[in-house]
Structure formats: C-alpha cells, structure tokens
Design a binder for this molecule. Structure first.
Ligand code: GTP
Ligand code: MG
Length: 219
C-alpha cells in the first residue's frame, strides 16, 4: 500500500478529488519532455539536455467540477530500445506514446514500446503521437497505420509550435479518468476496493486504523 498512502497525502495537499497517473513512452529525442513542458508551462525552450532520470510533473485541473491531480511521468527513452523499470508502469491510468515523424526508426520501434506497455498495463488508454510536424508539414499526408491497426487514438503534433499539444494531454487526462472510473482491469478493481475499505474503516473508528493498515499491507 506504499503508493496508496502517498496518494492520500497528495490528495489532501493539493485539495484534489481524484488523482491519475499518465506515463510517456518513446525513443530518445522524439520530444517527450518538450511536449510535456509545452503543455505544462506553455513554453518551449529548444535544445535542452535529454532526460537522464525520472521526472515527475504534478498538474491540477478541474473536470466536471472535480479537482483532478495529474502525475505526469517522464523518463529518458534511451538511444536504443530499452525496457522501463516495472514501477514506471505501476498503476498508470493512461500512456502517451510518442515518435518523431522525421526519424522512421522511432516509428518502427512503436510496437516494441506498445508490447512492453501491454505486458504491464493490458487495458489502459494509449494515445499515439506523431511529433515534430513543424519540420515538414507534408508528413501529415502520410499514413502511419500502427495506431489504426491497434485501434488507438492518433495525433499529429508539434512541441515547437504547439499544434495539438493541449488537445493530446487534455484527452489523455479524460481517458485516464474514465479508465480509472470504469476500469475492467482486475488489479485496479481490487486496489480501489482496498483503498475504499481503508477509508471506510478509518471513519468508523480511528483506533482500529493501525490493525486495518497492517492487514492491508500483508494482503
Ligand atoms: N522541430 C522540432 N524539434 C523538436 C520538437 N520537439 C522536440 N524537439 C527537439 O528534439 C530534441 C529532443 O527533445 P526532447 O524533448 O529532449 O526528447 P525526449 O523524447 O524527451 O528525449 P529523451 O529524454 O532522451 O528520451 C530537442 O533538441 C528538441 O528541441 C518539435 O516539435 N519540433
Ligand atoms: Mg526527455
């Protein structure tokens, strides 16, 4: 129940009603960090060092009157395809998968990223993003069939000029929320039940709290 505890603290601290985790996948230098920065800071600083470690961005927004806390996870894609640590995927509610329209290899690697994602998170919404369309707008006439074949939403974007960036992340947040609410993923159901169970028992009696948490920890 480690992250469950942290979530509760976060919800209090940010005065949020809901919390979702969104991860970003894709080869190195496709623009994952730039896209997130563009969305979060509404700015774009070219030529920044690539991401070496994990970066966690916290973002709050209001959807249908509810305050939603979004954890955006960003990590380095590496030069060649490399696996992410399982904790990166843990309890993620949506994934933004990025490739660079100027480098075919980054598109060819999408099935590798997707395969790994599905090993850990079989059901979460995944959005496919073709970045850097500013470099050559003609690419938007090309067809990139991977997303269609997998039945995934697809977006042409540019972190440099901002095209579709807000749209992608807003959609990702909505999808993450609806996934969290109507999830058929068994593990998530169980986790949610456990979280509710913990809250209810806290309300009932505070002196039982410790025993209750002890039980959940060993579950
Ligand atoms: N022309 C253009 N360049 C971009 C765009 N987005 C990112 N870049 C450039 O591409 C390079 C890589 O961007 P990053 O955001 O660092 O890529 P990343 O996917 O986070 O890379 P790693 O952290 O190594 O996995 C940088 O030099 C950016 O300036 C874009 O939309 N258009
Ligand atoms: Mg990066």
């Amino acid at each position: 129940m480690d992250s469950g505890g942290i979530s509760d603290l976060d919800l209090d601290k940010y005065d949020a009603d809901e919390q979702v985790k969104i991860i970003c996948l894709g080869d190195s230098a496709v623009g994952k960090s730039k896209l997130m920065e563009r969305f979060l800071m509404d700015g774009y600083r070219p030529q920044q060092l690539s991401t070496y470690a994990l970066t966690l961005y916290k973002y709050t927004t209001t959807i249908n009157g509810q305050t939603v806390l979004v954890d955006f996870w960003d990590t380095a894609g590496q030069e060649r395809f490399r696996s992410m640590h399982p904790s990166y995927y843990h309890k993620a509610h949506a994934c933004v998968m990025v490739f660079d329209v100027q480098r075919k290899i980054t598109y060819k690697n999408l099935p590798n990223w997707y395969k790994e994602l599905r090993e850990y998170r079989p059901e979460i919404p995944c959005l496919v993003v073709a970045n850097k369309i500013d470099a050559d707008i003609k690419v938007t006439q090309k067809s990139f069939n991977f997303a269609k074949k997998q039945g995934l939403p697809f977006y042409f974007v540019s972190a440099a000029d901002g095209t579709n960036v807000v749209k992608v992340f807003k959609d990702a947040i909505q999808m993450a929320l609806s996934y969290k609410k109507n999830s058929s993923d068994f593990m998530d159901e169980v986790m949610r039940e456990l979280e509710n169970f913990e809250l209810e028992s806290k309300e009932e009696s505070s002196d039982k709290e410790e025993t209750q948490e002890g039980k959940l920890d060993s579950a």
